[in-house]
Each structure stands twice: as C-alpha cells, then as structure tokens.
Write a protein that binds this ligand. Sequence first.
Ligand SMILES: Nc1ncnc2c1ncn2[C@@H]1O[C@H](COP(=O)(O)OP(=O)(O)OP(=O)(O)O)[C@@H](O)[C@H]1O
Ligand SMILES: [Mg+2]
Length: 251
Amino acid sequence: MGEINAAVTVKNLVKKYGDFQALKGIDFDVAKGEIFTFLGPNGAGKTTTVKILTGILKPTSGFAQILGLDAVKNIGEIKKEIGLVPDQPYVYPYLTAFEYMRIVGDIYGVPIEKQKLKIPELFEMFDLKDRSGEIVDSFSHGMKQKLVISSVLLHEPKIMFLDEPLVGLDPKSARLVKDLFKKLSENGVTIFMCTHVLEIAQKLASRICIVNEGKILALNSFDNLKKTVSEDADLEAVYLKLTENDGKERS
Ligand SMILES: Nc1ncnc2c1ncn2[C@@H]1O[C@H](COP(=O)(O)OP(=O)(O)OP(=O)(O)O)[C@@H](O)[C@H]1O
Ligand SMILES: [Mg+2]
C-alpha cells in the first residue's frame, strides 16, 4: 500500500437523527499534520461530524476515511491511531487521576516504563501534579479537561480530534494547549478541532472550515478567507458575513 497523505477524507456525508438532517452531504479532506478547525453556529453539525469520524455515530450515507481506513468498517483499527477530547470531559469518577492515566496507557499499549516517565511529565505540564492522587470526581471542569487532554497525549495518536478543547481552561492552560497544538502539528500529528474561539482558529489553523446547518459554507486558509471580505478583515468579520448571508439566501 502506498503512502496515504490524507488524515481524514469525507465524501457526501449525511447524518439524520430521525427525520432531521444534521449533516446534509459534506465533503472535505484533512492533510496529515494540518491544524484543521471546524467553526459554525450552535447546532451546525460539528460534534456530529466528530462523532462520526471517531466511531461514536454511524453516518446515514456517504463515507468517511481516517488514514485511508473506512470509519465504519475499520473503526477498531482506527481507534488505535486517534485520540478524542470530547465536548464533555468524561472521566471515570471513582479513579484517581493517576489511575485514570494508567488505564488509558494500558488500553493503548503504552509500555509501562514510558508511562512512568510520561505521566508525571504531563501532570507537571498541566499543573495536576499535586492532585494526581485525588479522585477525579472532585476535579473542576477545567481540571477534568486537562486530564483528558493529558491522557490523549500519553498515547501519542496520529490524529487528535478535539471538540471545543479550550472551554473551561484558564489562560495559562489555554496558552499551553495552543503551543502544544503547534508543536504536535510540526511533528506530523493532525489536529482536528471544533472551536468557537475565533482568535485561535485565525492564529493557529492551517485551514478553517465554516459549517452552518449541516453544510460547508467555506473551507480555506484564513489568508484566503479574508480576501472575500477585505484585506484587513479578521476571522470574526469573515465568519459573520458568511453565516449571515447564508440565512438570507434561503429566506
Ligand atoms: N442525538 C441527537 N438526536 C437528535 N438530534 C440531535 C442529536 N444530536 C444532535 N442533534 C441535532 O443535530 C444538530 C447538530 O448538532 P451538533 O451537536 O452536531 O452541533 P454543533 O455544531 O456541535 O453545535 P454546538 O456549537 O452547540 O456544539 C442540532 O440541531 C442538534 O439538535
Ligand atoms: Mg458541538
């Protein structure tokens, strides 16, 4: 098999919840090592897309490939290569933070010696060191979020899917995560992120995909997107223009 350059390929992806069409046939590719950000109003279909790409939901029609593998048929194989930080940081409540990391490490087959090195490093980095022996149930939202991000970093996935990873993070942690994304992408890791934080998308993303009501409105680099508004436009201006015009065209 030749080298596959796409981390993610989506073709005519449709997702219905009952009669409601949450995704109306979307197409895009994400190259390896990209920081790809998914933006759009509440209910646009971002989380639905992430759930399909990570095997939580099955598409109604169309297809999605991850690293050249079919996201429905080969999901077992795919799961070993990807990491997910979901919109709600779910962690088994009655484990300590350290136990949680060990379990994730074992599930992904991270050698014990490596776990012993990396877990303290990650706790140090995310300011969780002093709390690592505590039951996760007692953690704040931001602490749980940092634990989930740490656990994904522990197993070094080829693609990281992050659904609003910065929600609840303090400014120092948010800075840390932003710097991490940059470093990971430089090392060839693909970052697929949904966010409402336009400043982050504008500064970090290699390409920005704007979705609304289950359809893609635009997909391009920030530099190319802003040309559709003006040379000195920021992403907010581009986003508002695109999403507002979309509503008008239909009515
Ligand atoms: N389990 C479900 N059953 C029925 N409808 C659903 C379900 N999950 C999502 N939807 C609907 O699908 C649409 C897309 O939802 P989704 O969660 O993908 O949006 P989103 O872009 O992630 O929004 P947000 O920015 O608020 O996180 C919404 O209209 C939502 O109500
Ligand atoms: Mg969502």
